[in-house]
Design a protein around this ligand. Structure first.
Ligand code: 15L
Length: 264
């Protein structure tokens, strides 16, 4: 039977990196974004949906016949409170509500290290910061990620939906700076982690870190490992190429000092 996965924010940075990596025989990726999506490649099993995740009608139609939702959509950086509230928080409510109404049993939410951005790196200890460390957001953006984790918990407790919140570290082709040597999640590991979120028989509600097997890791790998995630990459191989820099005091790095409400 065909498996259909809805990916919101599919034209964004992580959506673009995952699109080729989540291709599988017997799987259709339904890609949703308000931004233009590249047309299907020959043989690529995708359905393109142009629309906003904040629109309940769009989301109701997008969730039809879907087995799981990967919710990557929304602002991925700091923005005004009003925009953050409307797109990231209210928009995630719209996504969860549409998924519930359509009977979708599993939603994976893209949370972020910035939900816990004011956690001190020095508190990590040998096991790393637990994935469910209580929120210490560093921005309105971080608040929105903490809020969607809470929404996910509500939808699990009320409706039995499986909801996995992935506190993504820094997911780019390569780590951008010294801070990312601790927080990098390679695109391939990102795909491995999202596959684990989809494959686990009954994840319930859980929060996991989305990072690679970095030598300088500060985030606990345990919770994601329990899900079945086996990372293969380590940011350290890029260390020599990076400009010199220092580890930040706080997990959120520069987000802890960026002016609130101003796009960064
Ligand atoms: C995030 O949550 C952002 O979406 C991304 O653009 C990076 O800034 C990342 O965190 C990070 O902390 O490096």
């Amino acid at each position: 039977m065909t498996q259909r996965i809805l990916i919101t924010g599919a034209a964004g940075g992580i959506g673009t990196l995952l699109r080729p990596r989540l291709r599988r025989p017997g799987r259709v990726l339904r890609l949703l974004d308000i931004a233009p999506l590249p047309p299907p490649q020959p043989g690529e099993a995708v359905e393109l949906v142009h629309g906003s995740l904040t629109d309940p009608e769009v989301m109701d139609a997008a969730c039809r016949d879907v087995d799981a939702v990967l919710h990557l959509g929304g602002y991925s950086r700091e923005n005004s409170w009003r925009e953050t509230l409307s797109v990231n928080i209210d928009g995630t409510h719209t996504v969860l509500e549409a998924a519930r109404a359509a009977g979708v049993g599993r939603v994976v939410l893209a949370s972020s290290n910035h939900a816990a951005g004011f956690r001190e790196v020095a508190d990590a200890g040998p096991g790393g910061l637990p994935a469910d460390s209580p929120p210490r957001p560093d921005t309105y953006y971080g608040v929105s990620k903490a809020a969607i984790e809470a929404l996910g918990s509500l939808y699990h407790s009320r409706f039995g939906m499986d909801v996995v919140c992935v506190r993504i570290g820094s997911c780019f082709e390569r780590p951008a700076d010294v801070r990312a040597l601790s927080l990098w999640m390679s695109p391939d590991d990102g795909a491995r982690l999202f596959e684990a979120c989809l494959a686990h028989p009954a994840p319930g509600y859980r929060v996991v870190w989305g990072v690679s097997a970095n030598t300088r890791q500060v985030c606990s790998p345990t919770e994601a490992a329990e899900l079945g995630y086996l990372p293969e990459d380590d940011a350290e191989r890029f260390a020599a190429e990076l400009p010199p820099g220092e580890q930040h005091r706080y997990l959120g790095g520069p987000f802890t000092t960026t002016p609130l409400g101003i796009p960064n």
